[in-house]
Design a protein around this ligand. Structure first.
Ligand code: ADP
Ligand code: MG
Length: 403
């Protein structure tokens, strides 16, 4: 579905549930990280892309101007009415409306108090699939609230407000990438984001002969050993041994010189992070130059490093990357890697647009043969970030504006 069709569908759903037309409609995309994994908490770079999958939220002032908020999602059970005259507090952990609730609380904290409203949420971003449906939900809600309250946040403030909602209401201590790309994504561009300075830089990717193919392994291995916390601690240990504030400040040479001051595992973790930060910057240059062979090689190198040095891959992700490599540039695959935290979730491949169907068919059949699991695949070009689909009078024609 295009964003326009999705807006129309969501407006219809709103009318069906609430019996009157929506006045405002906002949308925000999910994302895939093209390269730069486990670099964010090391003050490094990430290179995400907004995908052509969106969360759309349609709303209208509540009947009788009740001062409460009614949230309905086509994917979940309805939330109980939220009373805006009370201080907003998070619901139980794992409750889906914590995300929009946290965003509403963020606006109120800034002195932008909305009136009561009814909202309907519909999304084509898979929930919990590693493509950041959570940020899409937060950013679409924030874009809606900008229209409703008249308070326009700058893009960075808006992304940070959404991140805070995820920290404080959803209890998820996420980085800044997901919210930044969902706000700032632009059609035909990737976003090179410096996680230290928070400086975003759009990287043009106008060459329509290539696209990103996202392959969901449809597995999520349960972790029991606190693997993420352990990786973070190991990165801190390495930085301390090298006497640098974070691994962003180290180079491969500095690491080699400090090798004796850390154990072998910590050394390999640092190898990944330092190499990955460098690869991410190079990949952005490669994208700028439409040098797809180089970008693809960097993606394969990223995967090998995540598998061997950072040890966050799994058999299913490795299988997809191996199948992609076998197809090779001859068959239209430039590169492939796991994306997201690891231990399952999605892989991302840089592919030739005209070969997408054949590549998808091969990956799907060979992955299923190897693992007995059906993968989910879809292709995307770099999409637009947060968008206003309808603003103003109920039932008015949809129109699109970047926000
Ligand atoms: P991801 O962001 O990778 O999709 P998360 O676990 O961070 O995974 O966020 C998924 C959660 O966000 C869902 O379990 C749900 O609580 C909430 N969510 C996201 N999109 C929607 C939606 N359209 N309707 C209701 N809840 C949603
Ligand atoms: Mg998320």
């Amino acid at each position: 579905m295009t964003l326009s069709e999705l807006g129309t569908y969501t407006a219809q759903q709103f009318e069906q549930v609430y019996g009157r037309p929506a006045r405002w409609i906002a949308a925000a995309p999910g994302r895939v990280n093209v390269i730069g994994e486990h670099t964010d908490y090391n003050d490094g770079f990430v290179l995400p892309m907004a995908i052509e999958r969106y969360t759309v939220i349609a709303a209208a002032p509540s009947d009788g101007h009740s001062g409460s908020v009614q949230l309905h999602s086509t994917a979940q059970n309805s939330a109980p009415p939220i009373d805006l005259s009370q201080t907003l507090k998070p619901a139980a952990k794992g409750t889906w409306w914590n995300y929009p609730l946290g965003v509403i609380a963020g606006f109120i904290r800034q002195g932008a108090r909305p009136g009561g409203f009814d909202a309907l949420i519909h999304s084509t971003v898979p929930l919990g699939g590693g493509l950041s449906s959570s940020a899409a939900l937060e950013v679409s809600t924030a874009t809606l609230l900008e229209m409703m309250t008249g308070k326009e946040l700058g893009p960075v403030d808006k992304a940070l407000l959404c991140q805070k909602a995820e920290h404080e209401f959803a209890g998820m201590p996420c980085g800044i990438m997901d919210q930044f790309i969902s706000v700032l994504g632009r059609k035909d561009h990737l976003l090179l984001l410096d996680c230290r300075s928070r400086k975003p830089e759009l990287v043009p990717m106008r060459d329509g002969s290539v696209a990103l193919l996202i392959v969901n392994t449809n597995v999520k291995h349960e972790l029991t050993g606190g693997e993420y916390a352990q990786r973070r601690a190991q990165c801190e240990q390495a930085a301390e041994a090298l006497a640098v504030p974070s691994l962003r400040d180290a180079t491969a040479q500095v690491l080699e010189q400090g090798r004796a001051r850390m154990d072998e595992t910590v050394f390999r973790r640092a190898c990944h992070v330092i190499g990955e930060i460098e690869r991410t910057v190079h990949a952005a240059e490669g994208v700028r130059a439409s040098n797809w062979t180089t970008v693809g090689q960097l993606m394969y190198a990223s995967h090998a490093s995540l598998r061997d040095d950072y040890e966050v891959s799994c058999a299913e992700l490795d299988a997809i990357v191996e199948i992609a490599a076998r197809i090779g540039t001859q068959g239209g695959v430039f590169g492939c890697r796991m994306t997201g935290g690891g231990f399952g979730g999605c892989a991302v491949a840089l592919v030739r647009t005209d070969a997408v169907d054949a590549i998808s068919a091969t990956i799907a059949s060979e992955y299923e043969a190897a693992t007995r699991i059906k993968p989910t695949l879809f292709v995307s070009r770099p999409a637009a970030g947060a968008t206003i689909v309808r603003s103003g009078e109920a039932g008015g024609p949809p129109y699109f504006r970047r926000r």
